[in-house]
Design a protein around this ligand. Structure first.
Ligand SMILES: Cc1cc(NC(=O)CCC(=O)O)nc(C)c1Br
Ligand SMILES: [Fe+3]
Length: 242
């Protein structure tokens, strides 16, 4: 007879299958974005938060980009700080587990997400908004076909209250009359198309705001982007040598 462990693993696999095929795939193909709450559960979610806080406290995050204040240019404030993590580093095993779970979702959905064939991903980008009112200006993740097709963000903020803390991710789905205001709640997973269909911004945050972002590549677009980049650098070298 199969052990309880084997059964629960099988159970989890079926749940992932169901979650992906009955919710994530149709939601992505209809709205271009999708929210999955309670992705890892409290216990493991909490461990991921602890690992991210340790990275932040250890000073291993690059200084955030400068966000010059509208009023006086001199007193610029710093925005989000980031660190790149692949999940195998010591003290990052729960971040590693999160990435494995994200990969399983994407693998299970592959071939059904728009026309994409997903061939891999970036390392994870751990981001921290210091809560000094900085946000992130409106932008498109992949405006020029660099290969990234799905943005996957895992939020880590317990008791987040947007009225008090701001920090909403506002997505402006292309051609739609509505915007999507997404609270960066603990154990929340968000997926959206990385291209021009989803311009987005992070509104000013007044409490420390953590998120882990992963970008998945479409194999064809990525190969094409690499080819273009090679030509570009080849030409530029040619230019310089001639
Ligand atoms: C560095 C960098 C950060 C982000 N982050 C967001 O869009 C915020 C998502 C959120 O935290 O809700 N996007 C790009 C394209 C770059 Br590059
Ligand atoms: Fe972005």
């Amino acid at each position: 007879p199969r052990s309880n462990r084997a059964k629960s693993k099988e159970h989890k696999r079926l749940n992932t299958h169901k979650l992906v095929l009955q919710y994530i795939v149709p939601c992505m193909n209809s709205y271009g974005l999708c929210i999955v709450d309670n992705f890892l559960g409290d216990r493991i979610g909490e461990r991921v938060v602890q690992e991210v806080k340790r990275i932040h406290q250890s000073g291993n995050m690059q200084d955030g980009q400068l966000v010059s204040q509208k009023l006086n240019k001199s007193k610029a404030i710093r925005g989000d700080k980031i660190a790149w993590v692949d999940g195998t580093e010591s003290g990052c095993q729960n971040i590693g587990y999160l990435l494995t779970r994200m990969d399983k979702l994407i693998t299970c959905a592959d071939g059904k997400l728009d026309k994409f064939k997903i061939s891999g991903r970036h390392k994870a980008m751990v981001a921290c908004y210091p809560g000094n009112g900085a946000g992130y200006v409106k932008h498109v993740d992949n405006p020029n076909a660099d290969g990234r097709c799905v943005t996957c963000i895992y939020y880590l903020n317990k008791n987040w209250n947007a009225k008090e803390h701001g920090g909403l991710l506002r997505i402006f789905p292309e051609g739609k009359s509505y915007v999507a205001d997404i609270e960066p709640l603990f154990d929340r997973l968000l997926l959206f198309w990385s291209d021009r269909r989803n311009p987005h911004e992070v509104q000013p945050s007044y409490a420390t705001r953590y998120a882990i972002t992963v970008w998945y590549f479409d194999s064809e677009e990525r190969a094409e982007a690499k080819r273009k980049f090679r030509d570009l650098t080849a030409n530029s070298q040619e230019g310089s040598s001639s």
